[in-house]
Design a protein around this ligand. Structure first.
Ligand code: NAD
Ligand code: MG
Length: 404
């Protein structure tokens, strides 16, 4: 890995720079210009935001998958006389993520589209800051092997996994979690906006209602995932791979205040929790500076203002997606990739108002049970499972949409 010294700022590539995680990452970088320099920014369609980011951070590269949008950005950088090289196409994502001058890659593209560039970063031995949980859910062992075999460093950005990482002893990566005296991991989740909503009203939930998360401001896909608690299901799978544990070693607990971001129970009765205001700049700053601590712009936690922390059990009736994810992980093989693909299709269809909220879980379940168990030992097998499940789920959307 390209190690930077104290005198030369770390070179950072942000995949998905215009999203919620991307902009929070840039906010942390803005506070520490001596430590971090933006090497590359990538975006999908939000060109106006990318223009502003190019102007402020002057990266060496800016990448857009679409050629026409890239042309528009090119005209802008020429007009502004910015020293930014504009690239387009998906291969350009891999190019910047694995560039020899890059030290750190923030993997913050949403969904399966982030898998290949994130893998490219791991294979190039980078420090990979993983927000894109879907990539790990899809490719599990393949991704972890790539990290190990190429000397990459993997640090979790998802607030829960970052919390667990902070509550584990530092030697867990080398020695394995079974040598750390751990009883289990407690994965907390707020329960989303429908924690108390009458189940009879679930069928008429609108996309805007589902995206109105009580504690976090996030992209629309992960917001819907939080409302169904598929997000917690994906996080359960993510935690199994990141910390090398089985699903039964993880307990999901509802904690509506989102102050405790997750916990580790030790055999001696101790429970370590990581707490903080719900602001993604905390895990981002933690992972960027690890093992140092830097300021993130987050207000100190005021216990008098919180006054109480509460906990509950998630119910299967309210959150069927959580159980589906647990089953997919226990089943293994290509099931997590199929689960993720079906969920991405279902969430997009819900956001497009083609299917109702409760049909998200139905669609995923039908996709999962539509085929026999199959292994996913290669990247090609993962991508094939993703495509197959996506096609199947899309057909279900068309059927459901006709009577929705
Ligand atoms: P977002 O929708 O706000 O941003 C997504 C980013 O990905 C944008 O920059 C977009 O341009 C880019 N993108 C989208 N589709 C793309 C494609 N096909 N090709 C290339 N780029 C594409 O999402 P977000 O909330 O920032 O979430 C990003 C990832 O981080 C997700 O995997 C999410 O699960 C994870 N995450 C987010 C949060 C949060 O608080 N927002 C917390 C934990 C984990
Ligand atoms: Mg999370």
């Amino acid at each position: 890995m390209n190690q930077s010294t104290h005198n030369t700022p770390e070179q950072v590539c942000i995949l998905g720079a215009t999203g919620s995680i991307g902009t929070n990452t840039l906010d942390v970088i803005r506070r520490h210009p001596d430590k971090y320099q933006v090497f590359a920014l990538t975006a999908h369609r939000n060109i106006e935001q990318l223009k502003l980011q190019c102007e402020e951070y002057q990266p060496l590269y800016a990448v857009l998958p679409d050629a026409e949008l890239a042309q528009e950005l090119q005209a802008f950088v020429e007009y502004k006389k910015l020293n930014v090289e504009v690239l387009h196409g998906v291969d350009s994502l891999d190019f910047v993520a694995s560039h020899e001058r890059v030290d750190t890659v923030m993997a913050a593209i949403v969904g399966a589209a982030g898998l290949l560039p994130t893998l490219a970063a791991a294979k190039a031995g980078k420090k990979v800051l993983l927000a894109n949980k879907e990539a790990l859910v899809m490719s599990g062992a393949i991704f972890i092997d790539a990290v190990k075999n190429h000397g990459a460093t993997l640090l979790p950005i998802d607030s829960e996994h970052n919390a667990i990482f902070q509550c584990l002893p530092e030697h867990f990566v080398e020695q394995g979690i079974e040598h750390c005296g751990i009883h289990n991991i407690v994965l907390t989740g707020s329960g989303g906006p429908f924690l108390k909503k009458d189940l009879a009203e679930f069928a008429t939930i609108t996309p805007d209602e589902a995206c109105a998360h009580p504690n976090w401001v996030m992209g629309r896909k992960i917001s819907v995932d939080s409302a169904t608690m598929m997000n917690k299901g994906l996080e359960l799978i993510e935690a199994c791979w990141l910390f090398d544990v089985e699903p039964q070693q993880i307990e999901v607990v509802l904690h509506p205040q989102s102050i405790i971001h997750s916990m580790v129970r030790y055999n001696d009765g101790s429970v370590l929790a990581q707490m903080g205001n719900p602001d993604m700049r905390t895990p981002i700053a933690h992972a960027m500076a690890f093992p140092e601590r830097i300021s993130a712009g987050v207000a100190p936690l005021d216990f008098m203002e919180i006054s109480q922390l509460t906990f509950d059990r998630p119910s299967k009736e309210r959150y069927p997606c959580l159980a589906l994810a647990g089953e997919a992980m226990k089943q293994g093989g290509n099931s997590p990739a199929r689960l993720n693909a079906a969920n991405e299709v279902a969430v997009q269809a819900f956001l497009d108002e083609k299917i109702g909220f409760t049909q998200i879980a139905d669609l995923i379940q039908q996709t999962l049970t539509s085929t026999e168990y199959a292994e996913a030992l290669t990247l090609d097998a993962v991508l094939a499972a993703d495509k197959d499940a996506r096609d199947f789920a899309q057909q279900l959307v068309e059927q459901m949409a006709s009577y929705h």
